[in-house]
Design a protein around this ligand. Structure first.
Ligand code: NAD
Ligand code: TDX
Length: 338
């Protein structure tokens, strides 16, 4: 039985991974989470207390991190400030958590010789033109655009350097846009679903032609399990499920599935520096580690996600008004600056 330390395990992807590991392994899991606005205690309700323990704390707390890492066999590192829009208004906390936090974890796994897996994003590669036939691969040069993606890129480079310079046993994965249950209502898909559920109009940035490469969060979890168990130290694996779609088309599907007119949304001012397109080539993960995504039908994935938000109002309602107030403030600051 492996003892796994999951950082950020009360956030969206982290908690889906913890649920996945409870079902698909006999591991004992400790979640280290600062319980920021992005975490939700209710996400942990159905996890067995005999196998999952929550420690509320900061990955940038060197003493706490050292003690916890020393008691585990593997660290799977999800914790981050994860929202691009927030990074444009308050970048400092992104540097502290994403860069300094990752540094403290790396130092601890180095001291205690513990296996490390670093969760990252396709945004480190920058963006692609809409008609570019290339997709991101493991060798695409780094070219991040936002404070968020540049701090994730920084953390990836730290991991690579700690492997090369200190020989730590670490893998990295860069995944495309996730969707599914337990995602914070600040993010595109849950924001639009919960807008419709609360009688507000969905909000589309710019003209909506920006493309994201969607993957169901359950497929991300199975890929991470495969990499942690079979990945080669020092290697980076790109995780994607061939799910490219532009934002307008995703929004139209959501509106249709929810019984609304497909044009019942507002166009709002575009995100500054908005990346145009992300697209992942996950051939290496599929051919070397034999992973395949299972939840690739986006319409049925969105339909299940709509059902989940419809049936879990107590999970998201407390944070909804706060999130929309934050968006209103950010919109005002962006309009004043342009
Ligand atoms: P999230 O914002 O939903 O969750 C992040 C979690 O980290 C929260 O529970 C939060 O409380 C915790 N956290 C934040 N700062 C912390 C700190 N200093 N110490 C301890 N815990 C802290 O994010 P998510 O969408 O679940 O993303 C998880 C990881 O996956 C991130 O590393 C992100 O960069 C990466 N990723 C996300 C996506 C996506 O589509 N959401 C895609 C690719 C990669
Ligand atoms: O209200 C909105 N309207 C809108 O048009 C919001 C919140 C977003 N958008 C657009 C912006 C993006 O083109 O939708 C797209 C997706 O936006 P986000 O959900 O904010 O995701 P993105 O910026 O693409 O980043 C996500 O994927 C990569 C995650 O938040 C990151 O953590 C991950 O690394």
């Amino acid at each position: 039985m492996k003892r796994i330390l999951v950082t950020g395990g009360a956030g969206f992807i982290g908690v889906n991974y913890v649920h996945h590991m409870i079902e698909h392994s006999d591991s004992a899991i400790t979640i280290l989470d600062k319980m920021t606005y992005a975490a939700n205690r209710q996400s942990l309700d159905l996890l067995p207390p005999s196998r999952v323990k929550l420690i509320v704390g900061d990955i940038a707390d060197a003493v706490l991190v050292d003690e916890l890492v020393s008691k585990h066999d593997v660290v799977v590192h999800f914790a981050a400030e994860s929202h691009n829009d927030n990074s444009l208004h308050d970048p400092g906390v992104f540097v502290r958590t994403n860069v300094i936090g990752t540094f403290e974890l790396l130092e601890a796994v180095r001291r205690h010789d513990v296996r490390f897996h670093h969760i990252s994003t396709d945004e480190v590669y920058g963006d692609l033109a809409l008609d570019d036939p290339q997709r991101f691969t493991e060798t695409t040069p780094y070219n991040p655009s936002s404070p968020y993606s540049s701090t994730k890129a920084s953390s990836d480079l730290l991991v690579r350097a700690w492997v090369r310079s200190f020989g730590i046993n670490a893998t990295l994965s860069n995944c495309s846009n996730n969707y599914g249950p337990f995602q914070h209502v600040e993010k595109f898909i849950p924001r639009q679903i919960t807008n419709v559920l609360t009688g507000a109009k969905p909000k589309l940035y710019g003209d909506g032609t920006n493309v994201r490469d969607w993957i169901h969060v359950r497929d991300h979890s199975s890929a991470v399990q495969r990499i942690v168990e079979q990945g080669q130290s020092g290697h980076t694996y790109l995780i994607g499920a061939d799910g490219e779609k532009n934002n307008k088309d995703v929004l139209r599907i959501i509106l249709r599935l929810m019984g609304e007119a497909e044009d019942a949304f507002d166009h709002v001012i575009d995100r500054p520096g908005h990346d145009l397109r992300y697209a992942i080539d996950s051939t290496i993960l599929r051919s070397e580690l034999g992973w395949t995504p299972r939840y690739t039908d986006i319409e049925s994935g969105l339909s299940q996600t709509i059902d989940w938000y419809s049936n879990h109002r107590t999970w998201w309602e407390p944070g909804k008004a706060k999130t929309e107030n934050r968006y209103a403030q950010q919109l005002q600051m962006t309009s004043e600056a342009t």
